[in-house]
Design a protein around this ligand. Sequence first.
Ligand code: ADP
Ligand code: MG
Length: 385
Amino acid sequence: MTLVDPGDPAELAASVRSAFADRYGEPPTSIGRAPGRVNLIGEHTDYNGGLVLPVALPHATYAAARPREDEVVRVASLQEDQPWEGSLDRIGPGSVEGWAGYAVGVLWALREAGHDLTGVDLLVDSRVPLGAGLSSSAALECAVGVALLDLLGAGTDDLVAAGIRAETEVVGAPTGGMDQTVAVRGVEGAALLIDLESGETTPVPLDLAGHTLLVTDTRVAHELTDGGYGSRRADCEEAARQLGVATLRAATLEAVEALADDRVRRRARHVVTEIQRVRDTVAALAADDWDAVGPIFDASHRSMRTDFEISCPELDCAVAVAVQAGAVAARMTGGGFGGSSVAVVPDERVEAVMRAVDAAFVLEGFRSPLHLRAVPSAGAGVVPG
Ligand code: ADP
Ligand code: MG
């Protein structure tokens, strides 16, 4: 059984500091930290002007930075073999291959927003599993962004937008903005209700009352830049166009059910019903009624499996087995096509749920999963010291 430890922030910052000094010969002058997240509910609603309800994880990415006198940018990661080096004026949409696009994309976007950044050396380390639907990408963007803004003594007002531009324009992953928002604005002890239409964020305090938010990474890697995510997004845009609304946020279920094309109808139905399920979840949480969350998560998972078609056998297994073993609620989370599930588990059942899921994965011949305790944590910031 593998439980991913978020580590101690001060210790992880000290370790990225010393790795930076080993690599570049001088210590960093700034260290930024930004968390991964697990979305409780509201999947593929963000780019439809909808509602999402993520929780920032205690698992985070740490980025150490030191400004340079010249225009050279160097970036390395303890999670990736290939470092990247280039010149400042070369960075932009289409110019950076691979993982480094997330990091230097933020540098580019902050400069586009008017921040006077020069060359820089960067080193990152992370406790967020990569490609697991837990938003290691936004954690990387925002950790780097925090470190860069700190070099300038600037605040983080432009950070969410810069992270989004890095991911959508430089990397080319057509994601919708939830991840960067919660990575920056996440609140300890709360989920963050994000209204993607108004841009409003509202902390929703979580009284876990003897429950644990248990995340299971199926270790089926998802890939947001291949076609699956983009084609779902295109179907949603097509539905909105046919319905004559700006986004599916404004569509009624009745209108959606009248759409002629079966696939487009099912995609739109998922989005419209999922937005309502976010509202229902917030209402249940306001009453600290975790038992009421069970049927909502169940309906969400079924909608993603059959209408949106973004689940997979490993996710279906993790969710079903968690519920059998005592979870009060469970669903797949994140963009889909692999990634993670999230379950609400009475504290005394957590071990049993992890063991049951592990055993089921062995039986099915799946890779052994990773588990994380999603203790609701704060958003990005500078790590002092
Ligand atoms: P998720 O955000 O759910 O983890 P994504 O596909 O959006 O999945 O982002 C994962 C990608 O982000 C990785 O494949 C890698 O390119 C990049 N990435 C994230 N964290 C790091 C890191 N610490 N070091 C290097 N690359 C990273
Ligand atoms: Mg991501």
